[in-house]
Design a protein around this ligand. Structure first.
Ligand SMILES: [Mg+2]
Length: 205
C-alpha cells in the first residue's frame, strides 16, 4: 500500500530531480520555447515541498491537491496550470483514503491526465507532456519501473514530432528534432515514483 509518506517522498524526489535536471529542461525549452521550463519547475516543486512541510497533510489525496494548488500559483506559463491540474485532479480522485493501492494511483493519475487533456486540448502525438504521461498511465498498474520506462520512451518519441500545441507550435516545422520540455519533465515526475518506492524503509526521509 502507498501511504501519505510515500506521496511526500514522491514530491520530494521530484523536487530533487527537477533541481538536478533544471539546466537540461531549460536547454530543451530554449530550443523550441522561451527557456524558462527548468527554472519554473525548480521554483514550483521547491514551493511544493515548503508547503508540505508547513501544512503536514495527512492523506495521499491532500498531499497532491496541496502540491497542485501551489504549482498553479508558483509556476508561470502554461506549465503551472497544467501540472497543477494534473496533481490536483489526481489528488481529488484518491479521495480521503490514508493508504491507496498502485491500481488506485494508476486510476487517479489517469483522471489527472484526462483533466490535463481537457484543459490543454492536446492529444497524443501533439508533442506535449501527454506524450510521456499517456503511455505511463497505461502501464502504471504493472509497475512503477514500467511507467518510468514508458514515460522516458514517450518523451524521446516527441523528438521527431511537429508541435501542434503550446508555444512550440508557432515554430511549425522547426519544432521537429527537439524533445518537448514538458514531456521531459513529466518523465522525471513519473520516474520519481520508482525512487520514492525504493526508499520506503524511510532511509531517504
Ligand atoms: Mg517555457
Amino acid at each position: 500500500m502507498l501511504d501519505t509518506d510515500f506521496f511526500r517522498r514522491w514530491m520530494a524526489v521530484t523536487a530533487a530531480t527537477v533541481d538536478r535536471e533544471a539546466d537540461r529542461l531549460t536547454e530543451l525549452d530554449a530550443a523550441i520555447g522561451d527557456a524558462d521550463h527548468g527554472s519554473n519547475m525548480r521554483r514550483g516543486f521547491a514551493a511544493v515541498n515548503d508547503v508540505l512541510e508547513k501544512e503536514d497533510p495527512r492523506t495521499p489525496g491532500t498531499v497532491l491537491t496541496l502540491a497542485g494548488r501551489h504549482l498553479i500559483s508558483t509556476v508561470g506559463g502554461a506549465s503551472g496550470p497544467l501540472y497543477g491540474t494534473l496533481l490536483r485532479r489526481t489528488g481529488k480522485a484518491l479521495g480521503d483514503a490514508t493508504e491507496v493501492t498502485t491500481d488506485q494511483l494508476a486510476d487517479a493519475l489517469g483522471a489527472g491526465v484526462a483533466a490535463v487533456t481537457q484543459l490543454g486540448g492536446a492529444q497524443a502525438g501533439d508533442k506535449t507532456m501527454l506524450d510521456a504521461l499517456l503511455p505511463a498511465v497505461e502501464v502504471l498498474g504493472t509497475s512503477f519501473e514500467a511507467a518510468r520506462d514508458a514515460a522516458l520512451a514517450g518523451a524521446l518519441e516527441t523528438v521527431p514530432m511537429r508541435a501542434r500545441k503550446g508555444r512550440a507550435s508557432y515554430l511549425g516545422e522547426r519544432s521537429i528534432g527537439h524533445q518537448d520540455p514538458g514531456a521531459a519533465s513529466s518523465a522525471l515526475l513519473v520516474g520519481a515514483l520508482v525512487e520514492a518506492a525504493g526508499s520506503s524503509d524511510g532511509s531517504a526521509g
